[in-house]
Design a protein. Structure first.
Length: 368
């Protein structure tokens, strides 16, 4: 019996992957950039086992056996076995679970496929690039195979050989970066990312403008901003890219709508806060759902959380999500509240928030 266990976490894109040029190979229409989050908070944990007694491949997700014939899973397993350096005849049993708060409604496929591929790569002794293997399970998963800030280069080859992810900088390059996930809704998303991006690419006229005239430059600018730790430029382009992804979704026919009223309240609130402090201190971004992810520097967390606590009743409880992150006292400034109060809309309600940081990527655990 041979066993490998590993942890991998979700990533949150600042330049969104939205649209495929090849649906089967999962090849994107643009480069995308994300940060991989710390494995302490939102991770998948996967154990893969092989034994001469196993007659067939099997998989359990969060304790429940799932259909191993799932096409994306099969795709992934086939690609991995083609690259195996030992025996590609071995059958595997896979157990995967995630530690996401059950109500978070956060996408788990990126962490799940990244974790599966990293674990199987060790079992099958695959040593060169494995990001394309994770990509064959779910596009954004290729960026969770590494820590820090990661770029998925779309590539140009039709077989996808050059569509791989590369680390821009490790987490240690910008250790002050913090992430707050504002969970506003816990229900499963109505339109999956795959369907939403397919409809957008097929029907949105604005999408062509995004791909040809906006993204090539924006990718370069944000990459440079990360390298130079230029928060203002990083934040402005993160915000604009999120808004543009949701704008092309709205331009699809029928429109694809992921954000709700609370999401829009958060957008207005972040802009009102940045205006009140006369500096871009917080960036927001939204994936294919209503929950907001905020990027901000550690030094600004106490003040921002203070205003968040004030304006989003019944207040927030960070305690259970702090896990090892130092969190100085929340700042309560009536003067700041008054400034924001003049511009804000009616408050929405947040289910809870998760406080985390950029992480180092997948890690192997000792035998369970
Ligand atoms: C909005 O990776 O979930 O999160 O490749 O079809 O599995 P598939 O899609 P998926 O799409 C993620 C879209 C996004 C943006 C991003 O992460 O870049």
């Amino acid at each position: 019996m041979c066993t490998v266990t590993c942890l991998a976490s979700i990533n949150i894109a600042v330049i969104k992957y939205w649209g495929k040029r090849d649906e089967v190979l999962i090849l994107p229409v643009n480069d995308s950039i994300s940060a991989t989050l710390d494995t302490d908070h939102l991770h998948a944990k996967t154990t893969v086992m092989t034994s001469s007694t196993f007659k067939e491949d099997r998989i359990w997700l969060n304790g429940k056996e799932e259909d191993i014939k799932n096409p994306r899973l099969q795709n992934c397993l086939t690609q991995i076995r083609k690259r195996a350096r030992n025996s590609n005849q071995w059958k595997v049993h896979i157990c995967s679970e995630n530690n996401f708060p059950t109500a978070a409604g956060l996408a788990s496929s990126a962490a799940g496929y990244a974790c599966l591929v990293v674990a199987l790569a060790k079992l099958y002794q695959i040593e060169d690039d494995i990001t394309s293997l994770a990509r064959s399970g779910s596009g954004s998963a290729c960026r969770s195979v590494m820590g820090g800030f990661v770029k998925w280069c779309m590539g140009s080859e039709s077989n996808g050989a050059d569509s791989i992810a590369k680390q821009i900088v490790p987490a240690s390059h910008w250790p002050e970066m913090r992430i707050l996930i504002l969970v506003v809704n816990d229900t499963k998303k109505k339109i999956s990312s795959s369907i939403g991006m397919k409809r957008t690419i097929e029907t949105s006229d604005l999408m062509q403008h995004r791909i040809k005239h906006v993204l090539p430059n924006r990718v370069k600018i944000i990459e440079q901003a990360i390298i130079e730790k230029d928060f203002k430029t990083f934040a402005e382009h993160t915000i604009k890219d999120s808004n543009q992804m949701h704008a092309v979704c709205l331009d699809a026919y029928p429109p694809v709508i992921y954000m709700n009223d609370v999401s829009h309240t958060i957008i207005n609130f972040v802009h009102a806060y940045n205006e009140a402090v006369n500096e871009v201190k917080v960036a927001y971004t939204f994936d294919a759902g209503p929950n907001a992810t905020l990027y901000l520097l550690e030094e600004n967390v106490p003040e921002f959380v203070g205003v968040l606590d004030h304006f989003f009743p019944p207040g927030i409880n960070l305690e259970q999500y702090r896990k090892g992150l130092t969190f100085k006292e929340v700042i309560n400034s009536q003067e700041l509240f008054n400034k924001i109060n003049t511009t804000r809309q009616a408050p929405g309600s947040l289910k809870y928030i998760i406080y985390t940081k950029v992480g180092n990527g997948p890690k192997y655990l000792e035998d369970p």
